[in-house]
Design a protein around this ligand. Structure first.
Ligand SMILES: Nc1ncnc2c1ncn2[C@@H]1O[C@H](COP(=O)(O)OP(=O)(O)O)[C@@H](O)[C@H]1O
Ligand SMILES: [Mg+2]
Length: 287
């Protein structure tokens, strides 16, 4: 394939009339179309690469915008007994506004999948893009900054900071992201606590509220910086079925508001609440 090297504005102009730019191409063709372009200088390369690829939107065959794309993702853990394959060629696409459940037994690879998708852990091989950002290519510090604005995480054991009250648990997440002034942070935190029905508990510490309420605070914290994607790992694993139902209701309302949601769980009940479900076993998506 011919390589086109771009080093000045004239070269740059050569790709503008590139015919595929007019079409909404599937991701595979978009990447193929962008592949011939290489950049000489380091400065501004990423910006120009993004600009070159910008006209290509991530769409699936139905035209829905692609929010998460995992291609041939493998993850090996190095153990004294040898490399253990926790993920073995995962292909998973999630469209904007979808509520996807990944279910599987304990040890199936669900947490590993969440960790590589969120950039908490690095895949051994494969590609992961979220909202058009190839996160497997980012450095650790780039990933932290990216995660702050783009991804909300919810965990089985809530991970709230016990010494802070609920309001502070939310504002600290905004602080990490350098989001808004202290007054705006407080207003936003109150509004999120109101959204999850806990505004009257704002000044209590997590120990003073129930497990289900703590999980709702954790969901509010995941929304603190208004990310487009939420990922939850066994969010109801520590809750009774009635409280779990309330958490699923809350997730459903967030999807209605336009969020994209990935929930991994051993609890098959989630499949009746999600818009689509897949099953994982031994690091492979089996259905
Ligand atoms: N850090 C690790 N080192 C070695 N093996 C691991 C590590 N983390 C997970 N595993 C193994 O990888 C497999 C998948 O684990 P995990 O993703 O936690 O599964 P799940 O969340 O579905 O229960 C399991 O067999 C587990 O023992
Ligand atoms: Mg797990």
């Amino acid at each position: 394939m011919e390589q086109i090297y771009l080093s000045n504005k004239q070269d740059w102009a050569r790709i503008i009339p590139f015919p595929e730019m007019k079409a909404n191409l599937p991701a595979r063709r978009r990447r193929a179309a962008c592949a011939p372009y290489r950049w000489h200088d380091a400065s501004g390369a990423a910006r120009r690469r993004r600009a070159a690829c910008a006209p290509y939107r991530w769409h699936d065959a139905s035209g829905a915008a692609r929010m998460v794309e995992c291609r041939e993702v493998y993850k090996y853990y190095h153990t004294p007994a040898g490399d253990f394959p926790a993920l073995q060629g995962i292909n998973l696409n999630i469209n904007k506004g979808e509520f996807i459940a990944v279910v599987g037994k304990s040890g199936a690879g669900k947490t590993t999948l969440v960790n590589v998708i969120s950039g908490i852990d690095q895949p051994s091989s494969g590609e992961i893009s979220i909202n058009q950002t190839p996160i497997h290519k980012l450095s650790e510090s780039q990933k932290s900054r990216w995660r702050c604005k783009n991804l909300g995480m919810v965990f089985q054991f809530f991970q709230l900071i016990p010494s802070l009250n609920l309001l502070e648990n939310l504002t600290i997440a905004m602080d990490f992201c350098n989001c808004c002034s202290p007054t705006e942070q407080k207003e936003r935190a109150f509004s999120l606590l109101r959204q999850v029905g806990l505004a009257e508990h704002a000044y209590k510490t997590p120990a003073k509220i129930s497990g289900g309420q703590q999980q709702r605070v954790a969901i509010a914290r995941a929304l603190a910086n208004d990310p487009p994607v939420l990922i939850a790992d066994e969010p109801t694993g520590n809750l009774d079925w009635r409280t779990a139902g309330e958490i699923y209701d809350l997730f459903a309302s967030l999807v209605e508001q336009g969020k994209t949601l990935l929930v991994v769980s051993h609890d098959k009940e989630i499949t009746s609440r999600a818009s689509r479900s897949v099953e994982i076993a031994d690091g492979v998506i089996v259905s």
